[in-house]
Design a protein around this ligand. Structure first.
Ligand SMILES: Cc1cc2nc3c(=O)[nH]c(=O)nc-3n(C[C@H](O)[C@H](O)[C@H](O)COP(=O)(O)O)c2cc1C
Length: 314
């Protein structure tokens, strides 16, 4: 089984950080269905150090998460160090660093995937985090390059390994591709061959056939499944060859209860709506109910609507 530092994963399939989605609910449910590791939504190192209000909910964890993993983004080693040492990160077992975010605002700040263009700084960020982490494993999530003329994932992966990180997840696209277009399996394979720490391949894996294709082509140690797990935490059981039992109403109710355990009702209601769109994607007759979901403003309305999915079939 895959080992990240001293942490042994129960499965080769992991849930990477997904801003707006890899919240406490999706993580607890994904672990239950067999994910080996679930990473929380990305958090700004600077925001954390300056005590920004919205980082607080992002850092809440549940005792049912066997491995508690946080993702930080930032480009200034000074802030990375302070963030990793921050008391609110003490409860985390693993610290992941984001070198893949393509969002213009982040890239303009030199953060996320912008660091793919500055491997030296990226290496400094990693080595600073490793030193500050007090023995906890640090991992990195990257892309294959900034654009098709700058595919430098092998160079960057070596930098990450040399700086002391214990695993790499590589999304097989460039920053300029954002989230669409072909996933470059050859580039993922080259990363796997270049380093000796575990490598997780990532991009468009939504079923066992696609997972097998990635494993066969690249020999990666594991696979990160992001969009394929939104509204489908049971995908982790399917990828392990199991036939999971699940009930959409129950999944929504449990997910909602987890959100409510860490945030005010109004925020939890807003947050569950996008997940409900995922849980009910492809449901026959679900469209009207979905409109009701988006019109809901209270917990009771959400629960009523969730109950009405009981008799619908995919
Ligand atoms: C809405 C959204 C938010 C994302 N947020 C993050 C993030 O916070 N950190 C990160 O490393 N990657 C983030 N990603 C990238 C995913 O983790 C993943 O690399 C990408 O979606 C490709 O994998 P997939 O095809 O399995 O979805 C995000 C992707 C999406 C679609």
């Amino acid at each position: 089984m895959v080992k990240i530092g001293d942490i042994e994963l129960n499965s080769k399939f992991i849930l990477p950080a997904i801003a707006g989605f890899s919240d406490i609910g999706l993580r607890v449910l994904s672990y239950r269905y067999g994910a080996g590791l679930c990473v929380g939504e990305m958090v700004s190192a600077k925001g954390l150090v300056y005590g920004s209000e919205n980082t607080e909910a992002l850092l809440k964890v549940d005792p049912r998460e066997p491995i508690k993993a946080v993702q930080l983004f930032g480009s200034e080693p000074e802030f990375i160090e302070k963030a990793v040492k921050h008391k609110s990160l003490n409860k985390f077992d693993l610290i992941d660093l984001n070198f893949g975010c393509p969002v213009p605002k982040i890239v303009k700040n030199g953060e996320g995937s912008a660091l793919m263009r500055d491997p030296y700084r990226l290496g400094m960020v990693v080595s600073t985090a490793v030193k500050a982490a007090g023995g906890r494993p640090v991992t990195a999530k990257m892309r294959i390059g900034f654009n098709e003329n700058e595919i430098n994932c092998v160079r960057v992966a070596k930098e990450i390994e040399e700086a002391g990180a214990q695993a790499i997840t590589v999304h097989g696209r460039t920053r300029e591709q954002f989230y669409s277009g072909e996933v470059n399996l050859d580039a993922i394979k080259a990363v796997k061959e270049a380093v000796s720490i575990p490598v997780f391949g990532n991009g468009n894996v939504t079923d066992l056939a696609k997972a097998n294709e990635m494993f066969c082509h690249t020999s990666v140690d594991g696979i990160a499944v992001a969009r394929g797990a939104i509204g489908r935490p049971y995908i982790f059981a399917e990828l392990l060859g199991q036939v999971p039992l699940y009930d959409i109403t129950e999944l929504i109710m449990e997910h909602f209860a987890l959100l409510e355990s860490i945030m005010p009702e109004r925020v939890a209601v807003n947050c569950i709506k996008k997940h409900i769109a995922g849980y009910t994607y492809g449901l026959r007759g679900g469209k009207d109910i979905k409109n009701r979901v988006f019109a809901s403003t209270t917990r009771d309305e959400i629960i009523d609507v969730a109950k009405s999915f009981k008799n619908l079939v995919k």
